[in-house]
Design a protein around this ligand. Sequence first.
Ligand code: PLP
Length: 387
Amino acid sequence: MSFLVKNYNRKKIAFSKGKGSYLISTKGEKYLDFVQGIAVNSLGHAHPKLIKTLSNQSKKVWHVSNAFIIPEGERLAKKIVRNTFADFVMFQNSGAEATEAAIKAARRYFYSIGKQNKNRVICIKNSFHGRTIAAIYASGSKKMTEGFGPKVNGFDHFKFGDHKSLKRLINKDTAAVMVETIMGEGGIKIIPDWCLKGIRKLCNKKNVLLILDEVQCGIGRSGDFFAFEKSKVKPDIVPIAKGIGGGFPIGAVLMNKKVASGMVAGTHGSTFGGNPLAMQIGNAVFDIISKKSFLNNIKKNSKYFLNQLKKIKQAYPNIIKEVRGRGFLIGLQLYKDQSDFIKKLMDNRLLTIRAAENVVRILPPLNVKKSELDLALRIIKKVCSNY
Ligand SMILES: *Cc1c(COP(=O)(O)O)cnc(C)c1O
């Protein structure tokens, strides 16, 4: 019997080893892993450079307090600032922490300029920003908040795509609009570039900060380093996590100068956040994924994969309703509940994971080989043909 709290609905399988795109179960069966810890193992399992980095750093120093300078973190922050919109970086350990710290930074900025009532955050209904008390109320999902009251105040919600309601909600008390550039858990829903531009314009007009949650869609997942880059929109604050650690827990909040000015000494902290071990791995992951050639490869391979998936949809229009996504953040929306489909893929040794709206989420490692994509396509086709 398991002595773990039953807060997960786990599949009856465990793994003892991973390599690249594959996982080996404890029974010795080989699975193509297109979950990758939910967009976490951006470079697949057991990447040689990450093994070397972890092993080298483990012999030097694992952890020191943020009471001291941490050169490994300074280095990673500098790289992020040089390559992105950000002027400053604050390291955390997870996505929920990063989104919460993003909210704190937004509120603290307005507080620091004497506008302490400008503290409300507008989010999309049924989005996903993590599972901490504030983050579940930010997500505005009935399912996630049920039984966890009292309600955390300070969040307003609009429906995905409902521009009018967003406009109506913004008022003098609004500190920020926080949205996922591409909704992951919510069913792989892309906010179109023109919408992002519109939101940015609205935020500028109303003196509101724009927080783009790139915890899932960032770090190369979309084919650009950040999913918002394609739109040319500049956010004020961006929480990241999942992919930046390549499997090691790392979170961070990226922000511009203006926002960072409010976060003076003592306003926020994290015991583990940004420790040398995490930071060295973050450096290694960043060095690989931020390369133009690496990103171009994601674009090329994912385009091929998406096109092939669309062909499968055309062949099975009664099973697959829509192929959604960008880069390697992909969803197959089915007409009915996806659980059985996911199980059949798994029976055929392909691991995928659910998202809202009957979506089968497909998250290959960013360095997936074309032959592995082809294998996944064959399995998906086979499951469709026997469905
Ligand atoms: C996963 C996720 C989070 C929460 O990350 P955790 O590491 O599970 O706390 C927040 N926002 C988005 C968009 C996510 O996908």
